[in-house]
Design a protein around this ligand. Structure first.
Ligand SMILES: O=c1ccn([C@@H]2O[C@H](COP(=O)(O)OP(=O)(O)O[C@H]3O[C@H](CO)[C@@H](O)[C@H](O)[C@H]3O)[C@@H](O)[C@H]2O)c(=O)[nH]1
Ligand SMILES: [Mn+2]
Length: 383
C-alpha cells in the first residue's frame, strides 16, 4: 500500500461552531416569531430576515473547517527524484516604483531556493513595461543566487527570501557575509533607482553592458517583446559547483496603441513562452543562447506568485506534490494553494491587516467543503 502523504484534521473549533449555530438559529427564529406576533414595522422584519439570511450564508465557512498536514519525509518513497515533474514558477511584476526591484528580486530568489532538483526547476518572470531597473535587479539577483542557494541549502534556511531573512534579525558568521553581499546588491539597485536609469558604470560584465545598450530606445509604453535567459541550469553553477535552476525574463511587446497591462495576460504569456521553449527555440530571438533549457516534456506543476509575496518554505513544492501524486485525490484536484500571510503588521493588528476573515477563517472553512477560492499567489497548478 502506498504511504499516506497527507491528511487533514477537522478543526477543534467545529463542535463549538455547531453549538453556536444552533443557539443563534434558535434566537433568530424567536426574533422572527416576535416580529410576527407583535405589531412592528414591516421594514424591521425585512431587515432582520435579510441579516439572518446573510448570517446563514456565512455559516458555510464555519461548518467544517479543516487543517491539512503533509508528511515531507515520505516523498522519496513514492517517487524518485529523477521522476519529479518539472516545476515552472511563474511570477509577474509591472512597475518598479510601486514594486521595488530589490523586493521583486528577493521573491525570485525565494523561488530559486526551493528544495527541488535544479534541472527540473525554472523560474519565469514577466515584467510588464520591461523596466531596465527591474532587469538590472534580476541580473544582480542571478549573481547573488550563486551564493544564496548553497547558503540556504547548507543551513536549512526556511526564510528563503533574502529580504525577509535579513529583516528577521540576528545574523552572524556566514550569514553576516551574505548580508554584506545582499546590502551591496541593494545599494547598486537603489543607486540605479535614484538615477532613474541603469548607468553602464554600474554594470560589470560586457555582455550585460551590450544588453542595456540595445535597450536604449525602449520605454515602459513602447518596446518590442524581450526574452532574456538569466540562468541556465545546464551551464550555470553555484559556488559549490551545484547546477542552478533556470531563470527566464520576459516582457510582453508594448505599443502605445495597444495597451495591455494586466496580470492574467502576463501569466498567459509566461505559459506560452514556457511551452515554446520546450518545443522549439528557433522562433524566438533570445538575447542569450538558450541551447538546452528543457529536455523533458512530461507533466508540469506550475506555482504562481505575485511579485510582492514570497515563499517562506523551501519544501513548498514537495508539499503541493503530495496532493498531485495522490491517485485518489488528484482527479478532483484543481490547485493547491498556500495560505497568504502578511508581514509588518503591528502587534495587535488594530487595522485588521491580516485579513483574517478572508485568508484564515475563509480558506480553512472552504477547504472543508469544496476547496478555497484562488487568491492569485502561492498557488500550484498541474498541467
Ligand atoms: O499590469 C500589470 C499589473 C499587475 N501585474 C502583477 O499582478 C500581481 C498582482 O497585482 P497587485 O497590484 O499586487 O494586486 P493586489 O491587489 O495586491 O493582489 C491581489 O489582487 C490581484 C488582482 O485581483 C491578484 O492578481 C493578486 O493575486 C491578489 O493578491 C503583481 O505581481 C503585479 O506585478 C502585472 O503583471 N501586470
Ligand atoms: Mn499585491
Amino acid at each position: 500500500m502506498a504511504p499516506l502523504l497527507h491528511t487533514h484534521q477537522i478543526h477543534p473549533r467545529t463542535t463549538l461552531n455547531h453549538l453556536h449555530f444552533l443557539l443563534y438559529s434558535l434566537s433568530l427564529l424567536l426574533l422572527l416569531h416576535h416580529h410576527t406576533t407583535t405589531p412592528s414595522s414591516f421594514l424591521l422584519l425585512l431587515a432582520d430576515v435579510f441579516l439572518g439570511f446573510m448570517w446563514l450564508l456565512a455559516q458555510g465557512y464555519r461548518w467544517r473547517p479543516v487543517r491539512c498536514c503533509e508528511f515531507p519525509e515520505l516523498l522519496s518513497k513514492v517517487i524518485a527524484s529523477k521522476d519529479l515533474p518539472a516545476l515552472d514558477v511563474f511570477f509577474c511584476t509591472a512597475d518598479p516604483y510601486k514594486e521595488p526591484p530589490v523586493g521583486v528580486a528577493s521573491t525570485a530568489l525565494s523561488a530559486l531556493a526551493f528544495d527541488y532538483p535544479s534541472d527540473r526547476l525554472s523560474v519565469y518572470v514577466s515584467v510588464d513595461g520591461g523596466s531596465d531597473l527591474t532587469l538590472f535587479a534580476f541580473f544582480e539577483a542571478a549573481k547573488f543566487a550563486r551564493c544564496w542557494l548553497p547558503f540556504c541549502r547548507e543551513n536549512g534556511v526556511m526564510e528563503i527570501s533574502p529580504e525577509a531573512y535579513f529583516q528577521s534579525g540576528g545574523c552572524d558568521g556566514e550569514a553576516e557575509e551574505m548580508k554584506v553581499m545582499f546590502e551591496s546588491l541593494k545599494e547598486r539597485v537603489d543607486c540605479a533607482m535614484e538615477k532613474g536609469y541603469v548607468d553602464l558604470n554600474l554594470v560589470n560584465s560586457l555582455e550585460e553592458k551590450e544588453i542595456f545598450k540595445t535597450r536604449k530606445n525602449f520605454t515602459l509604453e513602447d518596446h518590442p517583446s524581450i526574452i532574456q535567459v538569466l540562468l541556465e541550469s545546464k551551464k550555470d553553477k553555484d559556488i559549490t559547483s551545484h547546477p542552478l535552476p533556470n531563470m527566464i525574463y520576459i516582457s510582453r511587446e508594448k505599443r502605445p496603441a495597444s495597451p495591455h497591462n494586466f496580470k492574467a495576460g502576463a501569466l498567459n504569456a509566461l505559459i506560452f513562452l514556457c511551452h515554446c521553449l520546450r518545443t522549439s527555440y528557433s522562433s524566438f530571438c533570445l538575447h542569450a543562447k538558450a541551447s538546452s533549457l528543457r529536455n523533458h516534456d512530461e507533466r508540469n506543476v506550475d506555482p504562481t506568485l505575485d511579485c510582492d509575496t514570497c515563499s517562506n518554505d523551501p519544501n513548498a513544492p514537495q508539499r503541493a506534490l503530495y496532493y498531485f501524486l495522490d491517485k485518489d485525490f488528484s482527479p478532483n484536484l484543481s490547485f493547491v494553494q498556500f495560505p497568504q500571510r502578511y508581514t509588518g503588521i503591528n502587534k495587535n493588528d488594530i487595522y485588521s491587516g491580516e485579513f483574517k476573515r478572508v485568508f484564515i477563517l475563509g480558506e480553512e472553512g472552504l477547504d472543508g467543503l469544496q476547496g478555497p477560492n484562488y487568491v492569485g499567489t502561492g498557488c500550484f497548478f498541474s498541467r
